[in-house]
Write a protein that binds this ligand. Structure first.
Ligand code: UDX
Ligand code: UDX
Length: 484
């Protein structure tokens, strides 16, 4: 089928490349000409595992092309709308980009169009779209409007497309439903070879939930708000564990072993970020108000989340007393691992607060530093976690990248000014760090102070050994190699 995708962001580009991969002819458009130019020269505008090779392969096969929105709307029989729906001041979703795409479709498209909203939109948006297309329909365009909410996660977006927990279709006509089944056919029946796994996990029957547009739209906001609530809940329990002297890891295990609850999304930390949860939660609260429903439960979820950064900074101050003039190594800036996305990233919020207290931040992130620089130019960006740790009064773990998992503690001990790790993602454990004389503070576990190592001896060590000579380092990942 000739498919067009308007909006080449994290959702649009992934959707376009994956639809081409399963055999469709896909035109992907964006009104950001710089982004289109980059894409047409084979460069991706953001980092997402597996997506670059998928885009290159499908451009090479001729199934994927990057074009202007006008061409995509003219030629696409099915049009996926994946443009941004950022939050407005009052938290409502900004639908102006959706409206402008609809206006273009109504004014320029001929014949039949299946208009598919994939961006996250408030309930009843499809009704408005339908009305808008009817009002501005300049050429007797025949059309159907479908809601097809997206559930992909950044960092695993390609895998999520080929192995969805469910596909939701909100439509008011059998023609629209059958076209959507045709579009997702290759994923629904037997996933084609999946670009992520050499051996795909055993496929289960992928539920295809066909309903009306309002219900489909609500599935998305409710799902994201529920997941956000689960995270805020476990963060709340983590606070209780810290105060009561319990272990959140065990408690989460105990809670999550209940099939009705499930283990996933019970990882405590510095709060949820990213372009989806914070804005979708706010938008859902506003939708509740518009519908006359009391969503104060979700307001609490948001409040708990906003407090996480404050609580983490308080932990740093408790350990280091005055932050003015202190050097803090920040490991991780992205809102989660495996992405370069720093939108609403808790790490940036925390770094900003620490700098406001007069601390100096030396940061490292495997993928997100360029985007972080645009937001926080005053931070010192380093080439490795080691460089970031040089003379640091503490190492702060703010994103749980796999490459931070096994650092060379012996060498780190020589590099830092004070052996202290404050872990906002519970990547390590106290007994792992104790042998190297590191104090360890994390989330949801009582802090067990370590006997500080005699500084004088350490100072002697540091001055003798050139910082981070690779020879003394056991083999660890490239970026975990101490810098010459
Ligand atoms: C998008 C939606 O914004 C979000 O609501 C939904 O939850 C997921 O899909 P994302 O793909 O992360 O999120 O957004 P973004 O990366 O900002 O991409 C949106 C793209 O649309 C951008 O490339 C932007 O240039 C493009 N766009 C925006 C258009 O092509 N036309 C417009 O009128 C506005
Ligand atoms: C989310 C939804 O998961 C996805 O279905 C939807 O399509 C888009 O929004 P994403 O924002 O990419 O995806 O990331 P996700 O993996 O959900 O993480 C969101 C935030 O929650 C991150 O900041 C992450 O660090 C945090 N998180 C996640 C926790 O703090 N604890 C957890 O247990 C899980």
């Amino acid at each position: 089928m000739q498919i067009s995708v308007v909006g080449a962001g994290y959702v649009g580009l992934t959707t376009a490349a994956c639809l081409a991969e399963i055999g469709h002819q896909v035109l992907c458009a964006d009104n950001d000409l710089g982004k289109l130019e980059k894409l047409n020269s084979g460069r991706l505008p953001f980092y997402e595992p597996h997506l670059d090779s998928l885009v290159q392969a499908n451009v090479a096969s001729g199934r994927l092309r990057f074009v202007s929105p006008a061409e995509a709307i003219e030629k696409g029989r099915a049009i996926f709308i994946c443009v941004g729906t950022p939050p407005l001041e009052n938290g409502e979703a900004d639908l102006s980009a959706i409206e402008s795409v609809a206006r273009t479709i109504a004014a320029t498209a001929r014949g039949y169009r299946l208009v598919i909203e994939k961006s996250t939109v408030p309930v009843q948006t499809a009704n408005r779209l339908w009305k808008h297309l009817s009002i501005y329909n300049a050429s007797g365009l025949e059309f159907d409007v479908v809601s097809n909410p997206e559930f992909l996660r950044e960092g695993s977006a390609v895998g999520d497309f080929f192995h969805p927990d469910r596909i939701v279709i909100g439509a008011e006509s059998p023609r629209a439903v059958s076209m959507m089944k045709e579009i997702y056919g290759p994923v629904l029946t037997s996933p084609a070879t999946c670009p992520v796994h050499s051996h795909c996990p055993p496929v289960h029957e992928i539920p295809l939930i066909v309903t009306d547009t309002n219900s489909a739209e609500l599935v998305k906001h409710a799902s994201n708000s529920f997941l956000a609530m689960k995270i805020s809940f476990i963060n709340l329990v983590a606070d209780a564990c810290e105060a009561a002297g319990a272990d959140i890891a065990k408690v989460a295990e105990g809670i999550g072993s209940d099939q009705r609850i499930g283990q996933s999304f019970l990882n405590p930390g510095i709060g949820f970020g990213g372009f989806c949860f914070p804005k979708d939660l706010q938008a859902f609260v506003r939708i509740g108000e518009r519908l006359g429903c009391d969503f104060s439960l979700l307001k609490e979820v948001e409040k708990i989340n906003l407090r996480r950064a404050e609580q983490f900074v308080a932990k740093v101050k408790k350990e280091l007393w005055v932050l003015r003039g202190k050097t803090l190594a920040v490991w991780g800036l992205a809102f989660k691992p495996d992405t370069d996305d720093v939108r609403f990233a808790p790490a940036l919020n925390i770094a900003t607060r620490l700098m406001a207290e007069g601390a100096h931040i030396r940061a490292y992130d495997p993928q997100a530093m360029q985007r972080a620089k645009d937001e926080l130019p005053e931070v010192t960006y380093c080439l490795s976690p080691y460089e970031a740790a040089q003379n640091a009064d503490a190492i702060l773990i703010l994103t749980e990248w796999a490459e931070f998992r096994h650092p060379d503690w012996a060498n780190l001990a020589k590099a830092v000014a004070h052996r202290l790790v404050i872990d906002g993602r519970n990547l390590y454990s106290a007994h792992e760090l104790a042998p190297h004389g590191f104090q360890y503070v994390c989330v949801g576990k009582p802090h067990v102070p370590q006997l500080p190592v005699a500084t004088s001896a350490k100072e002697l060590v540091v001055s003798q050994v050139p910082v981070a000579s690779p020879l003394s380092a056991p083999t660890v990942s490239a970026s975990m190699q101490p810098q010459p």
